[in-house]
Structures are given as C-alpha cells and as structure tokens.
Ligand binder design. Structure first.
Ligand SMILES: Cc1cc2nc3c(=O)[nH]c(=O)nc-3n(C[C@H](O)[C@H](O)[C@H](O)COP(=O)(O)OP(=O)(O)OC[C@H]3O[C@@H](n4cnc5c(N)ncnc54)[C@H](O)[C@@H]3O)c2cc1C
Ligand code: FES
Length: 255
C-alpha cells in the first residue's frame, strides 16, 4: 500500500560534501516496512521541476513516526530539497518499490552489504533489520574521496565496516571490489546498491546469492510511464525498476 502525504521536515543537516540527511514525519511512516523501498518527492509547489524525484528510505523510526533520507545534491530537484527547513512540508508519495528481501536466510546468517556513493543510504535500514533479526553484517562503503564519506560510524555500530576511497584519502585505496577481494569478504548472501559499473563488477565476482538495487532515472515511479525499464537476462521482456524493483535478484536483469 502507498499514499501521498505532505510530511513535515523534523531535521535537516549537511553530513558530507553535497550530502544531506533529512528526516520527515507523518502517518505515511506506518506503511514503511521493508528496507530498500523509496519515496517519490515533489520538491516544490510550482511546476519546476515537474517530475517527482526518487530518494531511498535510509532509516525508519516508527516510535517517532519519522523516516530519514540521505541524498546528494545533483541538480534542480535535489537542490530545491536542500533548501527545506525544519517545519517545512514536502509532498511524499510512497513507500514505493519492492525492497531487499530479508527472509529465507538460515539462523544467524552473515550478510555482506556493499554501497557506492548515494547507493549507501538504503543499506542502513537493511543493516538495522538484519542485525535485529540476529544476523551479522559486514559493510563495504565506497566513495570518491574522504570529503564524500558518510555513515561510517552508523554502520560501524552494526558490524564490521570497511571504507574504500578511489583516491585513498580515507580507508583503503580503490574500489569496493578491491576491498572485498583484499579482505576476502563473503557470507551467506550479499546485497548491493550503487552505480551500475559497481553493481556489474560485484555481480560478476560474487559466488554467493545476492540482491542488487538499481537507481535509475524515473518518471511516474508507479509503473505507468516506462521511463525506468531494464532488460531481463536470459529471456525476452523487461522489468520496471520502480514497480518490479528497485531490488532485483542477482542475474535477473541486465546491469
Ligand atoms: C529508487 C531510487 C532511489 C534513489 N535513492 C537515492 C538516495 O537515497 N539518495 C540520493 O542522493 N539519490 C538517490 N537516487 C537518485 C536521485 O533520484 C537523483 O539523484 C535525483 O533524481 C536527481 O535529481 P535532480 O533534480 O537533483 O537532478 P537533475 O537536475 O534532474 O539531474 C540531472 C539530469 O537528469 C535528468 N532527469 C532528472 N530526473 C529525470 C527523470 N525522472 N527522467 C528523465 N530525466 C531525468 C535531468 O533532465 C537532468 O538532465 C535514487 C534514485 C532511484 C531511482
Ligand atoms: S518510472 Fe514510470 S514506469 Fe517506472
């Protein structure tokens, strides 16, 4: 079930270069259950930008009726969002998409979570829910440089956390796949969200079952416009990232 609601900004702050953490409260939070789902935001009251913008649900607090998003200012939509102050309202459609499946794991499984840049946020609620269920997690966070890094401390509270920066200014130098290889990280299942080349490399290198979350350009967000389609592997047809995804089983769609 999904709905549209004008939600209230309860906190909003900058946490890294061009990265903001924004919490919104409202009744819609009651519908947020699965990690990896997203919301579709109307960021201004006028017609610019016309389209809503998709942002992942990073963390949910049912007691406070609030959820948190972490986003990077990219263009007109996310810049408009960054101007919202505490007490302002944001038009939210959600929760959308099928998130990361967390069932089907044997007791006390070990999961490997890998996030790149703005692919990191949905993994946080996932890590919270997996550890709450008694599983353990190791997380690999990939960024370009030290100034881009966020949520290292938050993930570290939940399990072993590795940071990779491309320029080596924080953590291990290189890509997330280098960190996985160097530290021989594996587990019973993996989850990943990030840029396509990262997802492709992970899918090609991992030998355990996994799930990948795609962050495509979107139009309607609800399966009506076909702006977000991707091809299916090994058969004809396509999947819509917004309504069939954004999470797909590794090997299901062409990355
Ligand atoms: C499921 C999902 C989850 C996401 N989660 C996050 C998250 O947690 N944090 C985060 O920072 N980002 C996330 N993103 C990415 C985020 O949605 C984009 O960064 C954001 O939409 C950029 O909007 P903008 O207006 O700032 O940039 P724009 O200025 O719109 O972006 C640059 C270019 O993209 C084009 N464009 C923008 N939107 C569309 C569209 N819908 N259709 C076609 N062209 C378009 C513009 O025309 C422009 O040329 C997610 C995306 C998806 C699909
Ligand atoms: S965004 Fe319209 S069908 Fe997916």
């Amino acid at each position: 079930m999904k709905k549209v609601e004008k939600m209230t900004v309860v906190s909003h702050r900058s946490i890294a270069k061009n990265i903001y953490e924004c919490s919104l409260s409202g009744e819609l939070v009651e519908l947020m259950a699965r990690p990896g789902q997203f919301v579709h935001l109307r960021v201004s009251d006028n017609t610019i930008p016309t389209l809503r913008r998709p942002i992942s649900i990073c963390s949910v607090d049912h007691q406070k009726n609030a959820f948190t998003m972490v986003y990077r200012v990219e263009g007109i939509g996310t810049h408009a969002l960054s101007q919202k102050r505490t007490g302002d309202q944001v038009d939210v459609l959600g929760p959308l998409g099928h998130g990361f499946p967390i069932s089907g794991l044997k007791e006390k499984s070990h999961c490997l979570l890998t996030g790149g840049g703005i692919g990191v946020p949905p993994l946080y609620e996932l890590a919270k829910q997996l550890t709450k269920q008694g599983h353990s997690v190791a997380t690999v966070l990939g960024f370009r440089s030290k100034e881009d890094v966020f949520y290292e401390a938050e993930f570290s509270e939940l399990g072993a956390t590795y940071v990779a920066t491309e320029d080596g200014t924080l953590g291990e130098r290189g890509f997330v796949t280098d960190v996985i290889a160097t530290n021989r990280l594996s587990g019973d299942r993996y989850y990943a969200c990030g840029p396509r080349p990262m997802l492709r490399a992970i899918e090609n290198n991992m030998t355990i079952p996994g799930f990948l979350s795609l962050e495509e350009r979107m139009g309607c967000g609800v399966g009506a416009c076909l702006a977000c389609v991707c091809d299916v592997k090994n058969e004809e047809g396509y999947r819509k990232v917004c309504s069939d995804g954004p999470v797909f089983k590794a090997g299901e769609v062409v990355i």
